[in-house]
Design a protein around this ligand. Structure first.
Ligand code: ZN
Length: 519
């Protein structure tokens, strides 16, 4: 029996060109081209799949998401839809009733979406739940608010110093007011639950969901040693069907030896931070925020500390991914990458690289990191023009300009800090303005064509993860592919994740519409 599959009767987009048919043998693309030529190349007994007018595409790659956090969000308390502080309190009280005894970690509240436009306070949370720790994380993940029980359990009091790279919010009398900024978030969020450790099953469900929307490879970011171990084990047991390339969290990357590399799971680097995010105004800017003239954001690490980390990671054979959102943070990341050691085959990455004004272009051209971008932020950061001023926001998420300068762009979601759906990101890269017309930076010159948008979510993202073979259906490449129920790429993006009929990884059917009832 031959292990061969022949796809015919639709269209194939290889990532570079359109074709009529594709042949997979032994998990790899064996031939792609006209139906006549590909049929001729197929061995007798090849399994024949009729596309019936559907489109075959390279499997999608999300270069930056957080698997355990996404799992917690999917299975935990999602605060992304609460519309007021009052509603937040009611949701917490209700959750405490249905989850007796457990400490509570809620994620995704966004003051931009609440009617009162303010952050919840320690007192708001105490009023909702007082008998156990509660921590609610801002949609960006970079700040959060704790109730009194959570502060007490974490040992945070008046005399607690701010952690390096972070800050405790304090009231006029110097008492902690529940707010945690940047690295201080870890002291509270890390303790509040460990769902993924108690239940690898939940991680496996996240993997199934990812396959169902067409993802075949993910870059798992800020991974804790326990998460790496759980993902490696699931992958080894064949229960996490997509490829995972992991970047370990900077605080614990050298704590233990990473799990052994396989074709499906591999630790490839270390992720570190240089600043925060635009939402809570902690992204580090060259000039103050337009809507907060006393504030230019936060720097969370010195050049020296970051260069030392880059060098230590490189000595261990690991690449580096530096989170940098504000222009001043991107400048720092470039300085650090210019000084730090490099690892063969592990191109350094800047995560987000959100604000890249022309002053940064010479340094970008010298260093040439992979720029791991989130087109979905265009739709989510609808307030960015007010926060930065329109002139500066012009250089946020400037994808076409960066591509024109020859940079490698890698598409990603940053889920759960933005929706995980890769089709939403594709649509945002193409249209920039959301369905309601809102955008962080609507300039039409920065729009991408459907093929180019797909390119950053396939080959671009794969290259940023050190996988030059993935993301394009060239002969010899691993057969990671999708069948979408649409005649054109534009049609598929318009239908979104619902268009995904089948997802194949390494030449095997990993997810199909028929078995999605159980997901
Ligand atoms: Zn992230």
């Amino acid at each position: 029996m031959t292990d061969a599959t022949l796809f015919v009767g639709g269209r194939v987009f290889t990532g570079r060109r359109y074709a009529e048919a594709l042949l997979v043998e032994e998990g790899r693309v064996a031939a792609v081209g006209s139906e006549t030529a590909v049929r001729r190349a197929a061995p007798t007994g090849a399994d024949r799949r009729e596309l019936a007018g559907a489109l075959l595409l390279p499997g999608l790659v999300d270069a930056h998401l957080h698997v355990a956090d996404l799992t917690r969000m999917r299975e935990g308390l999602d605060l992304g839809t609460v519309g007021s502080i009052e509603e937040l309190g009611a949701v917490l009280t209700e959750w405490s009733g249905t989850h007796p005894g457990e400490s509570i970690l809620g994620r995704g509240w966004d003051p931009e979406r609440t009617s009162d436009h303010r952050w919840p306070t320690r007192d708001d949370l105490d009023r909702a739940v007082a008998d156990r720790p509660v921590f609610v994380q801002h949609v960006s993940g970079h700040v959060g608010v704790a109730n009194s029980a959570a502060l007490e359990r974490a040992g945070v009091s008046r005399s607690t110093p701010d952690p390096p790279g972070g800050r405790w919010g304090r009231d006029a009398a110097g008492e902690p007011d529940g707010r945690a900024f940047e690295t201080a978030v870890r002291a509270l969020a890390g303790r509040a639950d460990d769902l993924h450790l108690r239940s690898p099953e939940a991680l496996a469900r996240t993997g199934k969901w990812a396959l169902s929307v067409g993802l075949t490879t993910i870059g798992a970011m800020s991974v804790a040693p326990e998460e790496a171990a759980a993902l490696a084990e699931l992958s080894r047991a064949g229960r996490f069907g997509l490829r995972v390339r992991a970047y370990l969290h900077e605080s614990r990357w050298d704590e233990r030896r990473p799990p052994p590399s396989t074709e499906r799971f591999r630790v490839v680097g270390v992720k570190a931070f240089t600043d925060g995010a635009f939402g809570p105004r902690t992204a580090w800017l060259d000039a103050p925020y337009a809507d907060d003239p006393t504030n230019s954001g936060m720097s969370v690490a010195s050049d020296e500390r970051l260069v030392a980390l880059v060098d230590a990671a490189a000595a261990a054979g690991l690449g580096i991914a530096l989170h940098a959102i504000g222009d001043r943070a991107v400048a720092q990341a470039l300085r650090v990458l210019e000084r730090g050691a490099r690892v063969e085959g592990r191109r350094p990455r800047i995560e987000h690289a959100a604000l890249t004004p022309p002053e940064l272009h010479p340094a970008l051209a010298r260093v040439r990191p992979a720029l791991v971008v989130q087109p979905g932020f265009l739709w989510s950061d609808r307030w960015l023009g007010a926060r930065l001023g329109e002139g500066r926001a012009r250089w946020a998420y400037a994808f076409r300009s960066l591509l024109d300068q020859g940079h490698l762009l890698a598409g990603s979601s940053d889920a759960p800090y933005d929706p995980a759906d890769p089709w939403r990101g594709l649509a945002a890269a193409m249209d920039r303005q959301g369905p309601d017309g809102a955008s962080a930076n609507p300039v039409p010159e920065e729009r991408l064509s459907p093929e180019v948008a797909l390119g950053i979510y396939t080959a671009g993202a794969a290259r940023s993860l050190g996988e030059p073979e993935l993301g394009a259906l060239a002969p010899g490449a691993p057969a990671d592919l999708l069948v979408v129920a649409a005649p054109t790429l534009t049609g598929a993006v318009a239908r979104g994740a619902a268009s995904v009929r089948e997802t194949w990884v390494g030449g095997r059917l990993a997810s199909s519409r028929a078995d999605q009832k159980n997901v």
